[in-house]
Design a protein around this ligand. Structure first.
Ligand SMILES: [Zn+2]
Length: 390
């Protein structure tokens, strides 16, 4: 058995209504000075108000940084760090989607260590200590509450990441009641993103692909596949929302230790050039990347996809051998995205055929992801995949 290592968040709390009892779950006292990192939408909805009230009732001083945007910028991060230092925060709480959680991670890190941001980009370049950190996701998709990565946009559209076990929070709080109001299109796109995390982790060629991640991926797909339609079309269903939140967390644990591959690599140019949300970008290329991988039998991915198929779609017909089951699985994934109301072609999100060559060249820069793909992807391959998706 090849060696591997596995990191995850040391404490995970799942509880309906946990946010409203946040002080209890965090053990908050009157000595605490807690900074909440969130986005303007959540501030406007008042979604964090019960959590803030709980902390204040316990005597804590609370300050809210509510300015995190999608694809958060370096300037936003710097403002958040400045607030944490000015407030003399004793702890940071990320409350929101992946962007808010990423900014919270790095605010806790840099406000705690004083390290210059520019010296921390990349893998394991961050020094501690960081401030105590709790992460509370309000979408079921990124799994950021259990991943060691935080992504920041530098300049126009350059994405830089800090990957370090220091970015794993002390505690993740999963409260499905925070997700019952998510609109269908966000539930659908973020849910498909979580499914992609599990599928890519399961089949990852990364040397650290490991049996823990593969088991987590299977369970994640079982929960996500059986509940995504209910969560999209009947958002108030708490059982479905719970399954999605736990499924996305399990998928996050899987890919944090067995990293994602070409679906994410090819999704990046769609997101950065055309400002398509991350989950939808993934959904647009998902079936086409899987078909490309499965078409080369030598890499064996068709057998892995065939093994996953019945977990996602319990009724998937099993006859005809692994290649046939794999093909049906990929077709069902494409159908699922369409049924959930997601756009299904690149042309639907404002991409023209003339854009495809530059996108393919751009995708080649994602070497850190492409090396994990079951099949080598060259620029001509990326172009062919985009063409199929167009
Ligand atoms: Zn993703």
């Amino acid at each position: 058995m090849p060696s591997f290592s596995f990191h995850t968040t040391p404490r995970i709390v799942f509880c309906e209504g946990a946010a409203a009892e946040l002080a209890y779950h965090l053990g908050t006292t009157a000595q605490d000075r807690l900074m909440i990192v969130t986005d303007p939408g959540i501030v406007a909805l008042g979604l964090a108000e019960p959590a803030i009230a709980s902390l204040k009732n316990a005597g804590a001083d609370v300050r809210v940084f509510g300015e995190v945007e999608a694809d958060p910028s370096l300037a936003t991060l710097e403002r958040a760090i400045a607030m944490a230092l000015d407030f003399r925060a004793t702890g940071v709480i990320g409350f929101g989607g992946g962007s808010s959680l990423d900014v919270a991670k790095l605010t806790a890190l840099f406000a705690g260590s004083g390290q210059a941001i520019d010296t921390a980009w990349g893998v394991n370049n961050a020094r501690g200590p960081r401030l105590p950190l709790a992460l509370i996701p309000t979408t079921a998709g990124t799994g950021s509450e259990v991943t060691p990565v935080a992504i920041i946009t530098v300049g126009e559209d350059e994405k830089r990441g800090v990957s370090s076990p220091l970015n794993l929070p002390d505690v993740a709080i999963l409260d499905p009641l925070l997700t019952t109001g998510l609109p269908p299109h966000i539930t659908a796109a973020t849910g498909i993103d979580a499914m992609v995390h599990a599928i890519e982790a399961y089949a990852s060629r990364n040397a650290n692909n490991n049996p823990i991640s593969r088991n987590l991926a299977v369970e994640a797909l079982r929960l996500l596949g059986r509940n995504i339609e209910e969560a999209v079309f009947n958002g108030g269903n708490r059982a479905a929302r719970s399954a999605m939140l736990i499924g996305s967390m399990l998928a996050g644990q899987a890919f944090a230790n067995s990293p994602v591959a070409a679906v994410h690599a090819l999704a990046y140019p769609i997101g950065s050039r055309f400002h398509v949300p991350h989950g939808l970008s993934n959904a647009l290329v998902l079936p086409h990347v899987l078909r490309f991988n499965a078409a080369d039998a030598a890499n064996g991915s068709f057998a892995l996809y065939a093994a996953l198929g019945p977990h996602v779609f319990p009724g998937l017909r099993a006859e005809g051998g692994a290649q046939a089951i794999c093909a049906r699985f990929i077709d069902r994934l494409a159908d699922l995205s369409a049924r959930l109301g997601l756009k299904s072609r690149l042309r639907d999100v404002g991409i023209t055929e003339a854009d495809l060559p530059a996108m393919a060249a751009d995708a080649m820069k994602q070497t850190r992801l492409l090396v994990n793909n079951p099949r080598d992807v060259g620029e001509a391959d990326a172009y062919a995949i985009y063409k199929a998706a167009w």
